[in-house]
Design a protein around this ligand. Structure first.
Ligand code: FMN
Length: 353
């Protein structure tokens, strides 16, 4: 029977187990978006995961949305990731880069020349951005011109090229959490009247073009996508989310992607049951799982692998703990995004038995 510790073929790569580390922003890069040695240590400690999906990485300077997040927008940013991928591969691990363009969820202080964040439409998000000068209310973004969109799609392709040059095993398009692709997908943030807005077919276009551009770099078998329908994070709303995500999954199913990663934050929503049958490739389910609930999902064929977030922060050897049925350490939320090693690389692994 399939269980968390059985191997899995994911597109172009083989995984030793089905315990996947979720993409998690940890804000440990420098102000230039370059990661340091502690980030190599952090990922190496967690290399026993079947696959690690990196923290969100901005593909271009205009895609940065948070303090001390890393980039794949320049060769210097990409070169720093080589230390991570080499160290992870030396441990037998696998790592994908999550490409995260935050669109309107940003602040001019993060952007070149204090630029206004970009978005499908000039719809101001409720909420505030956490900056070094304190919380700043989100500004009204600038709506992209139709003629600018191919350039943004090309940024995804270029970041994908840099990710492979830096040694990543694959890339994941971040189409969740209210960032740029989800801003295009969702009717509340997409008021466009061109071919990128209006009908569901048009609202899907940006995400499909970004995926296509990423897949063109080294084949679709090394490209995954993350969605989180009805997560609501970052003030994202859609008038018909079931229809939107059903159509999206139908559209991407024939592409031969590495995987579809679906995070369902509200356990009363039945998106796994709805979407898994529509997707021909490997299906990764995420959010809120314990070892028991993950094993139960795999046993009933509800997913091919399960994605664990916060429990991987505090349990670097999570698959081994599952194997031994060992207790899990609780994560310290106060150090999720703080600079330095505390709460980052100081969670111990279990001792040898
Ligand atoms: C500290 C932290 C940072 C996160 N950053 C990202 C991110 O960069 N990209 C992303 O897709 N999801 C991000 N998430 C969401 C996780 O990938 C995951 O969906 C979520 O934590 C639910 O899984 P869990 O219940 O196992 O923690 C983050 C979560 C946490 C706890």
């Amino acid at each position: 029977m399939t269980h968390l510790l059985s191997p899995l073929t994911l597109g172009a790569i083989e995984l030793p187990n089905r315990v996947i580390m979720a993409p998690m922003t940890r804000s440990r890069a420098d102000d230039a978006g370059v990661i340091g040695e502690i980030t190599a240590t952090y990922y190496t400690q967690r290399a026993g995961a079947g696959l690690m999906i990196s923290e969100g990485i901005f593909p271009s300077a205009m895609g940065k949305g948070y303090v001390r997040t890393p980039g794949l927008a320049t060769d210097a940013q990409a070169a720093a990731w080589r230390r991570v991928t080499d160290a992870v591969h030396a441990q037998g691990g696998k790592i994908y880069a999550q490409i995260m363009h935050t669109g309107r969820i940003s602040d001019p202080s993060f952007l070149p020349g204090s630029a206004t964040p970009i978005a499908p439409s000039a719809v101001q998000p409720k909420g505030a951005s956490y900056t070094d000068e304190g919380m700043k209310p989100f500004v009204t973004p600038r709506a992209l011109e139709t003629a600018e969109i191919p350039g943004i799609i090309d940024e995804y392709a270029q970041a994908t090229e840099r990710a492979f040059a830096a040694g990543f095993d694959g890339v994941e398009l971040h189409a969740a959490s209210g960032y740029l692709p989800e801003q295009f997908l969702s009717s509340g943030t997409n008021r466009r009247t061109d071919r990128y807005g209006g009908s569901i077919e048009n609202r899907l276009r940006f995400t499909l073009e970004a995926l296509g551009a990423m897949a063109a770099v080294r084949g679709p078998g090394r490209v995954g996508i993350k969605i989180a329908p009805e997560m609501g994070f970052n003030d994202i709303t859609d008038e018909s989310p079931v229809a939107t995500y059903t159509e999206l999954v139908r559209a991407i199913s024939p592409m031969g992607l590495s995987y579809l990663h679906v995070a369902v934050m509200d356990p009363t929503k039945d998106y796994h049951e709805r979407l898994r049958p529509l997707f021909a490739g490997p299906y990764l389910a995420g959010a809120g799982f314990s070892q028991e609930s993950a094993e139960a999902l795999l046993a009933r064929g509800g997913a091919d692998a399960v994605v664990f977030g916060s429990s991987f922060i505090s349990n670097p050897d999570l698959p081994e703990r599952f194997r031994r049925r060992a207790p899990l350490a609780a994560p310290d939320r106060a150090t999720f995004y703080t600079p330095g090693p505390k709460g980052y690389i100081d969670y111990p692994a279990l001792g040898a038995v």
